[in-house]
Design a protein around this ligand. Sequence first.
Ligand code: TRP
Length: 337
Amino acid sequence: MTKTIVLTGITTTGTPHLGNYVGAIRPAIAASKDPSVAPFYFLADYHALIKCQEPERIRLSSLEIAATWLALGLDTSNAVFYRQSDIPEILELSWMLSCVASKGLLNRAHAYKAAVADNEQSGENDADKGITMGLFSYPILMAADILLFNVHKVPVGKDQIQHIEMARDIAGRFNHIYGEHFVIPEAVIDEHGATLAGLDGRKMSKSYNNTIPLFEPEKKLRKLINKIKTNSLEPGEPKDTEGCTLFSIYKSFATPAEVTAISQRYAEGIAWGEMKQVLFEHINEHITPARERYEALLNAPEHIEQQLQEGAEKARAISVPFMKELRKAVGISRIFP
Ligand code: TRP
């Protein structure tokens, strides 16, 4: 059986929150147990440098993200779980790709264009003010992450589709010049809209500062859930589940039968205070076993490091020979023998 190679990178700049869990981590961990899939999951720490220049934050985030994925039961006997910076071939490939990617293609990248537009709007003379080469060539680094492992499918949010298109474009150019070396990857977009609402009702996101960290200790979790915005309907008044943040979060953690039961209580006018209690208990129960494993892992970072080293070894068993092939293809190799 040839397995489908699936790859995803997690930028190491933050602490995983419930939105990351529902939208990305939970489905990725489920996929790690699927024998027809060969998943590659990695900590994108070189990507983190593009937007974060606080070493301590990147260090801590890498630790928290790795501990989170392991605590949630990532199957590392099937998935290759590694740190980007442990695979030097990614940077090497990145340069080769830079030499075939057209600058015009990268000029059109959303993240770069948005930064230029910000400068223009603020009346800045230099449209590139404050924009690093890292931000500009971000899509090339991402293409290298993907192409190095001949990935078939890349699950992404809508904001990342353009990057996959660029990876396809760059792979096509390379193949055209040097022969068929790369698989052309496909983006897989989650259309089921597995985005979670945050404290203020907008999409849960670090940039909105409205997140609930996944493994927040019990007391803090309760406090945060109590902060979720609701409307001002009184206890006993029938309430709409549609557009209700408490309900939408509950739904992401509940079975269809539980959702039906809660909908009934909305119709009967459940008080917001009570619904918050229900939601807290539900989530807390769901995550407590993993939170215990998470805390144990944070206290034993050597186990986490061990897993990452094993992952890097598996990844390099592929990347080292492939890079050798690519070097040869472009004409960089020993003259003798
Ligand atoms: N850029 C992605 C993000 O911000 C993270 C990432 C880096 C990635 N390399 C990747 C995702 C390769 C998929 C494939 O979410």
